[in-house]
Ligand binder design. Sequence first.
Ligand SMILES: [Fe+2]
Ligand SMILES: [Fe+2]
Length: 148
Amino acid sequence: MDVLTFLEHEHAEAKDIFAKLEKAKGPQAQKLWDQLREMLSLHETMEETFFYPKLKEDKRATDLILESYQEHHVMDVLIGEISQFGPSDEQWQPKIKVLQENTEHHIEEEEGQLFPKVRKIWDTATRNEVGKLMEQMKGEHRKERRAA
Ligand SMILES: [Fe+2]
Ligand SMILES: [Fe+2]
């Protein structure tokens, strides 16, 4: 699969879980959060393993990639903080809201600014190759989870 299609699917899934989380309460909210945290972490890992480092080498993408790393960092800080709280804490909802806003902004930049550059930098074969690597990593991750 084209890596950009793969990532777009993941972005849509993350936005969907955020939307559900907005309405959820108690154990249901906790369950959605666990799911979201895991998918966001894996998503960042896949991008930072197969996507950002190679693209950063191309001058057309360097600045955007450097900014993307910082946006991931801010998301990680928020994810770490939210994980210290539960749905009944008063800081839970506002922190999730800020993470949602940060994540949506990051997705907009990736899809709106970075992906068009990637289409110029990588041909279809390369994009498919990178997409395959991500699908493999995601598959491995699922296997490990089932085994645990
Ligand atoms: Fe990202
Ligand atoms: Fe992304």
